[in-house]
Design a binder for this molecule. Structure first.
Ligand SMILES: N[C@@H](CCC(=O)N[C@@H](CS)C(=O)NCC(=O)O)C(=O)O
Length: 231
């Protein structure tokens, strides 16, 4: 059994998509990051960076004590290896998937995250920052669009790379991107949207947190952190 420490954000959706696709048994442990639950000592033991998602696997392959993992990319890789699904066993296929997984966690995620911050949450309009992140998001979309020419999924077959990217592309309107500019992404997005497991993952999110509006208190918790926040 896997405990998934989760809230209803793009990084959280990556893992519910995987778990719904794979059929691994899991239970959700909600971590309401807008209410500061990521700072509870018990959660920090599992996720020292005070961010979700994180998992605890109560039946790791080595038969040892429960194993905790934080960072969505590390979790996807762990679960793919555990279940032997969504990551090719073939040397070239595996490395193709891993490159795009790392591209998402080190590029698309952080850049689109800053895009969301400056286009939606910043208390003042900072035109340079908006322009910088909207442009960089667009550049990353163009790279992905090129990769998706003549193929159904990002790597050779449906993989953890698709699961990592999808939740960060779905809010394309918020990121000030137009799908007409990226026809291969548009087709891929539709293909992803049609997958029953993806639909189940998003339905679950809506059940857990129907109100996705961010309150002023939540903004203070999420955007007011500095070195002193690390206890
Ligand atoms: N690099 C991390 C990012 C995770 C992340 O940014 N999580 C956010 C929500 S999407 C979070 O838990 N924020 C709580 C906080 O910053 O206090 C990953 O890929 O797992």
């Amino acid at each position: 059994m896997i405990d998934l420490y989760y809230w209803t954000t793009p990084n959280g959706h990556k893992i519910t998509i995987f778990l719904e696709e794979s059929g691994l048994e899991y239970v959700i442990k909600p971590i309401n990051i807008g209410e500061g639950e990521q700072f509870s000592p018990a959660f920090l033991q599992i996720s020292p960076n005070n961010k979700m998602p994180a998992i605890v696997d109560h039946a790791p392959a080595d038969g040892g004590a429960p194993l905790s993992i934080f960072e969505s990319g590390a979790i996807l890789l762990y679960l793919a290896e555990k279940s032997r699904q969504f990551l090719s066993q073939d040397l070239r296929g595996r490395n193709e998937t891993l490159q795009w997984l790392f591209w998402q966690v080190a590029g698309l995620g952080p850049m689109a995250g800053q895009n969301h911050h400056f286009t939606q949450y910043a208390p003042e309009v900072v035109p340079y920052a908006i322009d910088r992140y909207v442009k960089e998001t667009g550049r990353l979309y163009a790279v992905l669009n090129k990769q998706l020419a003549n193929r159904d999924y990002i790597a050779r077959e449906y993989s953890i790379a698709d699961m990592a990217c999808y939740p960060w592309i779905l809010p394309y309107e918020k990121q000030q991107q137009k799908l007409e500019d990226f026809p291969n992404i548009k087709r891929w997005l539709e293909r992803m949207q049609a997958r029953p497991a993806v639909q189940r993952a998003y339905a679950l999110a809506e059940k857990i947190n129907p109100n996705t509006q961010m309150s002023a208190d939540a903004k203070k918790i999420l955007f007011g952190q500095d070195a002193k926040s690390v206890k």
